[in-house]
Each structure stands twice: as structure tokens, then as C-alpha cells.
Design a protein around this ligand. Sequence first.
Ligand code: NDP
Length: 503
Amino acid sequence: MPDIPATLKTYQAHIDGKWVDAASGKTFQTINPYTGEPWALIPECDKEDVDRAVRAAARAFESGPWPGMTQTARGRLLRRIAALIEKHAQHLAEIEVRDNGKLISEMHAQTKYLPEWFNYYGGLADKIQGAVVPVDRPDHFTYILKEPVGVCGFIIPWNSPLMLAGWKLAPALAAGCTVVIKPSEFTSASLLEFMRLVIQEAEVPPGVINVVTGYGAVAGEPLVTHPLVSKVAFTGGTLTGARVNELAAKTFKKVSLELGGKSPNIVFDDCVLDDAVSGAISGIFAATGQTCIAGSRLLLQETIHDKFVEKLVAMAKTARLGDPSLPTTQVGPVTTPPQYRKILGYIDIAKGEGAKCVLGGGPAPAAEGGGTYFVKPTIFTGVENRMRIAQEEVFGPVLSVIKFKDEEDAVRIANDIAYGLGAGVWTQSVRRAHTMARRIKAGTVWVNTYRAVSFLMPFGGYKASGLGRENGMEAIEGYLQTKSVWINNGPGGGNPFIMKTAS
Ligand code: NDP
């Protein structure tokens, strides 16, 4: 480990309402991806810390103020959290940028929008209700209860830590669950700041939300396998997601997974060309391509291919790379060194496969004052859908352009992939918009827009892009159990040797 500069900020984990060091006393450095310099020390938690956090969450779930709180009061608490996020949105965004290198304009938009999740699920908290069922037995009164699943373990990636944690936290709290969060080792700081500025100030009871920091295998796995955890919500890579799913299955936990994507952005020749060019650019180069919904496969109808590529390259060329904390910067650094190496590796793979690099194609010179993890916005044409550059998630500013003939061909190419997270369609035909929306196997289809999300709209993947849905009414179900209650108001209990089926 390099020498620790004296100015490093020191963070602690948050367990049972207290700030604590890792039991081992170990820490690791977190790096500012723009400068390449360490800026804070993070506790390196392990199994022992995870166990403490899960036990605290289990206690808070069973006793104390949390289970005694009415659903209406929980709703009020969520709205208080929303107001505090709003108050600290700028600071939280700055911390995100320092830790993950994404643009301040995007991070601030995220932290300003995040309160809506807590307002929405705060409103929903006291609308979670069971039902009375007119069961087919005389003298029986039967009803359905909706109960919180219990302790939830959240595993969060580095690309949008606060937003992706908030998507899980708001419905979980509304349902009455308690939570242990393990952020990515690369970006722990924003969640710890969130605990200090928002959760403590909102007076969320101790143990209801805990944050343990550390490495995936060391702190993440014990959370997934802990017998007191009832639900795991994971966002990250597909391979890690498969392992998490496998581990969680051993103790029959509920699991939701938001995984990778290789989303097709499909442009028909009847589109508004300039809109589609902007949509293609923002689909892949916003967030330096480090987003699960990146429109990384650009499917162009052959009749407009050359004209479109010309406009695309001309616009992409103007991208301003640089300091992500400046509002004028359009493309920031790659967040982690392994991700940087992975992106450059895929650029070599694409060249080796015979794709034609028409823009970028390698590391970008470090911006002034910046470190070295910049990749030039890169566009490959002549990509065949069977190539690795078309099939595998790069998670960087690398666009693969694939030609198609007609609607049928576009659907075939779009669906010929292991993933199914998002898709874009650019057309002015109403018929085509609805037909494509139905035929594409993806959790979200955007028509004449791209990368739009809302607390109101379910989000999640088909196929290898995940299980379950976040956001909207559907998300709350993932944090609830259903219990059937039978009350016999009649005489006796019936024949003890015969199951009481309908007569
Ligand atoms: P990972 O899937 O490796 O990490 C996501 C989270 O899982 C992190 O908190 C990580 O911790 C944790 N983790 C890692 N291994 C385990 C494990 N065995 N058990 C439990 N938790 C674990 O993603 P990366 O951050 O490394 O990114 C790799 C790829 O994932 C990207 O290239 C991209 O394809 C995809 N990705 C997808 C995202 C999405 O939104 N769908 C978001 C981010 C990445 P730690 O960071 O400490 O390893």
C-alpha cells in the first residue's frame, strides 16, 4: 500500500446506530479516479462486522421502535429522509464525483431526483394492505396479511452508488424491513455521508440501516450467506450476480438482481435524424459508458447508415473530456483501474475481430490535473452481431455499429444476445413503435428517447440482465411476504384425519 497522505479523510462503518472501525482495525484507501490520488480511508470489514450488522438489523426488526411504528409514521420518516437528501444533494453529488469520477451534472441530477423515491414509497407505506377473501367454507373468516420479509442485504456497485442504494432502500423501509448495505470497495464514501447527513439527522432508529464497507468476497459473501438475512438485492456484474444467486439459494432467500446489459439502440430510416444522433451519443458516452443501460449496440438501418455514422462521428468528436467536477465536462474518467484495463482490452478485441475503428480507439491523454484513466470515445463500424464486441458488456465509452435491413432483421439482431435490460427505438411510425416495443425482449424499451428512468416505472432485466423489478408499485412486493390467515368461527375443528378441501 502506498504511503498514506496525512490529509486523508477517515471513514467508519455504521452498525447499530454507531460509527465503528472494522473489528480487524484494517482500512483501505479510496481513490479519486480523476486525479488518481487516494483521498479517504475506508474500514475493511469482514465476516465478523457483517455478522454484527446483520444481528443489529435483526434486533431492530424484531423489537424496539421500528416494528412498533405505524405504517403512517414510517411514511412520514421516509418523507423526512427525502427532505434531507434534497438539503444535502449538492454535497452528496460532490462526494460521488470524487469517488466514482462521473460528471457532476449527472450526479447532481441523480441526487436531486433521489428524494422522489423516498416521497413515493413514503406515500405507499400506509397503502400496503392485505385482503379479506370470501373463502369457500361456511363459518370461516380468511384474510391475507402483507408482512415485511425481514433483514435485507444490499450489494451496491460503483457506478451510481447512492441512486442504486436508494432504489432498494425506499421500498424496503416502506415495507418495514431492516437493512445492511455493502457498497462497492471503490465507492463507499457517499453512502457513509448519506448515513451521517440524512439517516442520523432523520432519526431512523438504530440498527434499521447499517453500512458495512469492504471487499466483495470478504464482506459481500457473508452478507449473502448470513442465515438471518431474508432477502438479497444486488446490482452489479452478471457473473457476480450468478454467484450471489447461487449462494443465496442455499438458504432460500428472496433475491433480486440488476445485472449487465448490451442494449440495442435501433435507428430506422423514418426517424428524426438529429434526435437519433443525440440519443445514440448520450446512450453510450454519457457516464463514460459505465451504465448498465448503455446503448452499446447501435443498430442502423442500411439506408441511412453512412449518413448517420458521419453525423455521429462529427458530434462525438466534439466531446469535452476532463475534470468531472466541472459542469462543462462531457466525458469523465473511467472509475476503476480494472475497468480501464477491461475497456482497452475490448478495444483490442474489436480491432482483432475486424471491426473498423472510426473514432477514438485507445487511451486519451490525461486531462489537465487529471490522472490516467481516460479512454477516447470510441466508435466501431462493420460490427457483426456475433462478434465479442457486440455480445459482451464493455461498460465503457465504446460503441458497436451494426447494420440491419428491415424491421424483422432489427428484431432478430436486437434479441440475439444473452442480455435483455434496455432498448431504444427511433422511428416516427406509431405502428412500428408499438410493434418493436412488444417484440424486443428487454425490461425497458424507449422510443425516441433513451436512458429515461423514474421512481414510477418498473426497472429490471430479461434473461441474463436480472431477476425482479425495482421502482414503481412492483418493487414493494419484493420486500413483502404474504401470509394467509384462517379463522374458524364455527363449531369443532372437523375430522382430524382428513384434509379440509372444498366439498
Ligand atoms: P461486481 O459485480 O464485481 O460488483 C458489484 C458489487 O458486488 C460490489 O459491491 C462488489 O464488491 C460486490 N461483490 C463482488 N464480488 C462479490 C461476491 N462474491 N459476493 C458478494 N458481493 C460481491 O461489479 P464490478 O463493480 O466489478 O463491475 C464489473 C462489471 O459489472 C462491470 O464491468 C459491469 O459489466 C457490471 N456492472 C453492472 C452494473 C449495473 O448497474 N448493472 C453496475 C456496475 C457494474 P467490490 O466492489 O468490493 O468487489
